[in-house]
Design a protein around this ligand. Structure first.
Ligand code: SAH
Ligand code: SF4
Ligand code: F3S
Length: 462
């Protein structure tokens, strides 16, 4: 397929972005070239997310635009890959623009699927039939091979890479679609993960982010030994060239919690950052969400984290407007946010997902207006806390891994000295904006913080 141009767009989480990177490099190896513009592409791929209705709507409207382009370029091939492909399966074919449907477990076949569609001009569907059935060995091996073949090239942000340590999820939070689109939870072999990180380090990667839906429950039995996330952190720390190691997302559970925190405290390369969503501050709602902890247990975990790693920055997620969430339940969430003192929080309005337990059993009874108001109120509470915590950085020198040019201009950064604004992050995941030469992307630098806002630190390169 020499010379055929591909345009690819990702709508989902880090897992999804990692898949996009793997697919990109597999196609490059097969001779495809890439374009930033959908309207000049021969093949357009959309990597999709099903976690909220809004995520799916964005994809549907993107498909509408592609349908429009297809009117003048009828030979253009459009492929929907990822979670929405798995969820909607053949039903996606009713959108005239769609030619290929490829689930997350079928991405190793992507080159074949595209080549066939270009040749035969017919629609192809490749998804897992019974997604909750035990993953078949051949499919698992194909995913492993695909991952190790293409991951060493995944460097969307210079010097950084995602490394999947687990696939799927078995937690079945009652609102969540992920177990139904990503399949059963599987921990990848430690050797495969560590070999992959070593390969990444050889290509200049300095920071790896280990990915799993419940990354802290990573568990792999090999002979007499059971490996947990703390073991991975230790092994990854020994790899030369790797300087920072992160992991997301953690589930509030005692299992392995101490070991992981101790690894964070002991190993200088492990970033002092924990993303540990609570989802609600009401025990009644947590039960209905099938989250297996109470707010007291959750706060106890945070206290322990701060005890073992005093410099830790903690982030969270919340869902507002879950079915049956009363004003008192919401107040309990506000209360938890005040007590937790997160660095930042992601707040989502409940979105019923077809086939999940909460959708089947509970009416989506909180009006959109109320969801919106609760979202805004909770954000305001968090913003105040974020502002207080970020202000502690004022006047301090921080080590920053530079990501590249800042996409939006920040008016309040320092004088430019002719250099553009760059952004980077601290080990504690604070975004730092400063003026410096773009060639520093992918490098570690020191920045003196001269100004702070709730979510961003501003400073001067030292
Ligand atoms: N595995 C991770 C992330 C899952 S999806 C975890 O368990 O934390 C990311 C976030 O989306 C979740 O933390 C949750 O806050 C939100 N989310 C998931 N399903 C949702 C739904 N149906 N409606 C609204 N938000 C949802
Ligand atoms: Fe979804 Fe819960 Fe699994 Fe996270 S842990 S992916 S919220 S089911
Ligand atoms: Fe990620 Fe969305 Fe799928 S959050 S795992 S892309 S449903």
């Amino acid at each position: 397929m020499i010379g055929k141009k591909v345009h690819i767009k990702s709508f989902g989480c880090q897992m999804n972005k990692l898949d996009t990177a793997l697919v990109t490099f597999a196609l490059k190896d097969a001779g495809f070239t890439f374009t930033e513009s959908a309207s000049e592409a021969d093949v357009v791929l959309i990597n999709t997310c099903s976690v909220r209705e809004h995520a799916e709507q964005r994809v549907i409207s993107h498909l509408g635009r592609l349908q429009h382009i297809k009117k003048t370029r009828p030979d253009m091939v459009v492929g929907v890959i990822g979670c929405m492909a798995q969820r909607l399966d053949r039903k996606l074919l009713k959108h005239d623009a769609v030619d290929i449907i490829c689930g997350p477990a079928q991405i190793p076949q992507i080159t074949k699927l595209i080549t066939e569609t270009l040749k035969l001009k017919k629609e192809i569907v490749a998804v897992t039939e019974n997604i909750r059935q035990k993953t078949d060995q051949r499919q698992a091996q194909a995913l492993e091979d695909f991952e190790s073949a293409y991951s060493a090239r995944e460097k969307k942000i210079p010097g950084q890479a995602y490394v999947r340590v687990m696939r799927g999820c078995d937690n079945f939070c009652s609102y969540c679609i992920v177990p139904f689109v990503r399949g059963p939870e599987i921990s990848r072999p430690p050797k495969a993960i560590i070999d992959q990180i070593r390969k990444l380090a050889d290509t200049g990667v300095k920071q790896v982010t280990l990915l799993g839906q419940r990354v802290n429950s990573y568990k792999y039995k090999a002979g007499d030994k059971t490996y947990c996330l703390a073991d991975l952190l230790r092994m990854a720390s020994d790899i030369q060239g790797i300087e920072w190691i992160r992991f997301v997302t953690s589930y509030p559970s005692e299992e392995f919690f101490d070991e992981i925190l101790r690894a964070m405290a002991d190993l200088p390369k492990v970033c002092n950052y924990l993303h540990i969503p609570a989802q609600s501050g009401s025990n009644k709602i947590l039960r209905a969400m099938n989250r297996h902890y109470t707010t007291d247990q959750y706060l106890h975990l945070l206290a322990k984290a701060r005890d073992i790693v005093p410099a830790i920055a903690i982030a969270g997620d919340f869902i507002v407007g879950f079915p049956g969430e009363t004003h008192a339940d919401f107040e309990a969430t506000v209360d938890l946010v005040k007590k937790a003192r997160y660095k930042n929080c992601f707040i989502f309005k409940y979105s019923p997902r077809p086939d999940t337990k909460s959708d089947k059993k509970l009416a989506d009874d909180i009006p959109l207006e109320v969801k919106k108001n609760r979202n805004t109120e909770l954000l305001a509470v968090q913003e105040k806390i974020s502002g207080e915590l970020s202000a502690e950085y004022l006047g301090k020198e921080v080590r920053v891994l530079v990501e590249g040019l800042s996409k939006k201009p920040h008016l309040d950064s320092e004088k430019s000295d002719g250099n553009p604004q760059l952004i980077g992050r601290t080990a504690t995941d604070y975004i730092v904006v400063f003026n410096a030469p773009p060639s520093l992307a992918g490098q570690f630098v020191k920045v003196k913080i001269t100004k702070t806002s709730p979510l961003t630190l501003f400073g001067r390169l030292i």
